[in-house]
Ligand binder design. Structure first.
Ligand SMILES: Nc1ncnc2c1ncn2[C@@H]1O[C@H](COP(=O)(O)OP(=O)(O)OP(=O)(O)O)[C@@H](O)[C@H]1O
Length: 576
């Protein structure tokens, strides 16, 4: 121990503990705490620590910590008073998209340049039991060929400052765990990682919020530019039985030319949307009290491009696509909540709408006296399955499409494989303004698909070995398409065939004949199977009805004959 510390010990001993003559406080402590003098001796001899000095230092610290805390309180008050007086601020809640856009801007424009040392890193959420409550949006970039989601660096809790347009900005990322960490004295940035459910406060030195507003606009523009090559697809997500638009996927924009169907219909559809999105149209609708909404039904067999067309249109008009698979919506109020959360301008894609409104449809048939033929029966079976999955009703769907509470300005695309079976109430103008049929592939579309598949890729530095020159490619495409029968195969089937031979255009041309005969054979086998299954179903149904009839006859003998029931079963028997 040094001389000065010895002196301090002596001083403290005199001041606080008195002399060691047995009448001092030290003497009193030694007498009242058995073993204290032994401990003092032990610490002094073996650890060279003077317990008397330690006690003194702690006492002094204890005495001054009170005033220090008061001073800290005053300093904090002054800080906030200064902040209120000399800064303007705007706060943004955690689940607002702007929150993410600001973090994105700061991450790209500030953190890397400033060489910030304390950061948060983010890739993708892993849904484990412990974390599933806090899941966030997942962004995927399909074009980067990365197997992993790239690491993104974001500001952590606390304040990030920077200069933007000659103004000093402070962005505070506020931790929701602050109270807990303060109690433990651990700084926020070491206590937890921000998960995206923390609000942001944007402060700017000066008494006007205008610079902040300009800053927010910049953040939005920056994100829009980043997204230009992509469309944002948001799907519904079920969290604790509460539906929300949560999962975000960035998909590369699909050019309209890559969706092949009747070119006139395509041009008309695009023109119709251009016209709808024109501000003058909105004014026209509003002035005449007409709800400003547009609905389209894309119908046709599976694999004819209904989903692809919706994606391409979202890219063409720079709108976000909100994707909703109707059979997975569990209740009407979930549907309502999802529609209420839509932005004013977007495309909503409602897939497989034939999964709703079974009851409504049955009513319509009864009213009009339609009789189901056998083919319809099989469809009804499929419907029933869908109805089992989706508890979303026809009236629920109609309500979100044009009910009082439904949003204006959005475009709704609905897809169905059985448009002829949809309820009349659903397909009336105002809900569905245009029906677009996407059918099997024509020869012209097959030719275009072939050209698209084997056209040279502009991004490749040198031509690929199998690439044909322009003239040969045109010739091959024509030769390929003329072998394909009109409107027999779906575009998905032809695409699948070409993809298998994507590096051999010659083989695609020479092999198409054999592929067609094999596919036709498969179609016939499938049809024969369906026919057999149908016959079996009818037979079974007949047996059931006959059984019921014979049972009723027996009951009538016992004079408990029910006239109405008999008539119903008779009618059923006639139908079969
Ligand atoms: N008309 C088309 N033009 C170009 N490609 C198409 C077309 N139709 C289908 N495809 C291709 O086939 C695949 C399936 O298409 P998509 O999912 O759009 O069909 P769909 O009609 O929505 O099917 P489903 O009714 O089963 O949902 C996609 O890879 C798409 O590229």
């Amino acid at each position: 121990m040094t001389k000065s510390s010895n002196r301090l010990t002596a001083l403290a001993g005199t001041l606080l503990l008195g002399s060691s003559d047995g009448t001092s406080i030290q003497g009193f402590v030694e007498r009242s705490i058995p073993g204290f003098s032994f401990l003092r001796q032990f610490f002094a001899t073996w650890l060279r620590i003077d317990l008397t000095a330690l006690a003194t230092a702690l006492t002094i610290l204890g005495t001054i910590s009170g005033p220090l805390q008061d001073l800290q309180g005053i300093a904090l008050k002054l800080y906030w008073w200064f902040t209120k007086l000399f800064t303007s601020s705007i706060s943004i809640t955690s689940n607002d998209r702007l929150n993410r856009e600001i973090l994105n801007w700061i991450s790209n424009q500030i953190l890397m340049q400033q060489g910030t040392r304390i950061l948060t890193a983010r890739t993708e959420n892993v849904q484990t039991d412990a974390w599933y409550q806090r899941s966030n949006d997942t962004e995927r970039n399909d074009l980067t060929f990365e197997k992993r989601v790239p690491i993104q660096y974001l500001p952590t809790f606390g304040t990030t400052w920077f200069i933007y347009e000659y103004h000093i900005f402070l962005v505070r990322r506020i931790s929701t765990t602050t109270r807990w960490t303060q109690m433990n004295g651990v700084p926020d940035e070491y206590a937890a990682a921000p998960e995206g459910d923390e609000p942001l406060v944007i402060m700017c030195l000066g008494r006007s919020v205008e610079p902040i507003k300009r800053f927010l606009a910049t953040c939005r523009d920056f994100s829009d530019t980043q997204r230009e090559a992509f469309i944002t697809v948001r799907a519904s997500k079920n969290d604790y039985s509460r539906e929300s638009w949560d999962t975000t996927t960035l998909r590369p924009i699909r050019p309209m030319e890559t969706v092949h169907f009747d070119e006139t219909t395509k041009a008309e559809l695009v023109a119709d949307i251009v016209n709808y999105l024109n501000p003058a149209t909105r004014r026209f609708y509003t002035a005449r009290g007409i709800p400003y909404r547009r609905g389209y039904l894309l119908h046709g067999p599976p694999g004819t491009g209904k989903t692809s067309l919706s994606l391409a249109l979202a890219g063409r008009f720079g709108l976000e696509l909100y994707l909703l698979h109707i059979p997975s919506v569990r209740e009407d109020n979930h549907l309502e909540n999802l529609f209420a959360a839509l932005p004013p301008r977007c495309i909503v894609l409602l897939e497989d709408i034939d999964a709703v409104g079974i009851k409504g449809r049955q009513h319509t048939r009864e009213d009009t006296g339609d009789e189901d033929n056998n083919e319809d029966d099989s469809d009804t079976d499929t419907d029933s399955n869908n109805a089992y999955h989706s508890r979303c009703t026809l009236s629920g769907l109609l309500n979100v499409l044009d009910g009082v509470a439904s949003q204006e300005g959005r475009i709704v695309f609905m897809t169905s494989n059985m448009a002829h079976k949809l309820d009349k109430a659903l397909v009336r103008p105002g809900r569905i303004d245009k029906m677009i049929f996407l059918g099997n592939i024509s020869q012209k579309s097959a030719e275009l698909m072939f050209l698209r598949m084997y056209a040279p890729d502009q991004r490749e530095a040198s031509p690929l070995s199998f690439e044909l020159n322009h003239e040969d490619l045109q010739k091959a495409a024509l030769e390929f398409s003329t072998q394909i029968p009109e409107n027999i195969f779906t575009p998905a089937q032809i695409q699948g065939y070409l993809l298998n031979l994507r590096s051999s255009p010659d083989q695609a041309v020479t092999g198409i004949k054999a592929w067609i005969s094999e596919e036709v054979r498969m179609i016939e086998v499938g049809r024969a199977k369906d026919k057999k299954a149908m016959a079996q179903r009818i037979k079974k149904r007949k047996e059931q009805v006959l059984l019921k009839l014979s049972k009723l006859d027996r009951e009538s003998d016992n004079e408990i004959f029910n006239e109405v029931e008999k008539e119903t079963i008779d009618n059923e028997a006639k139908k079969i």
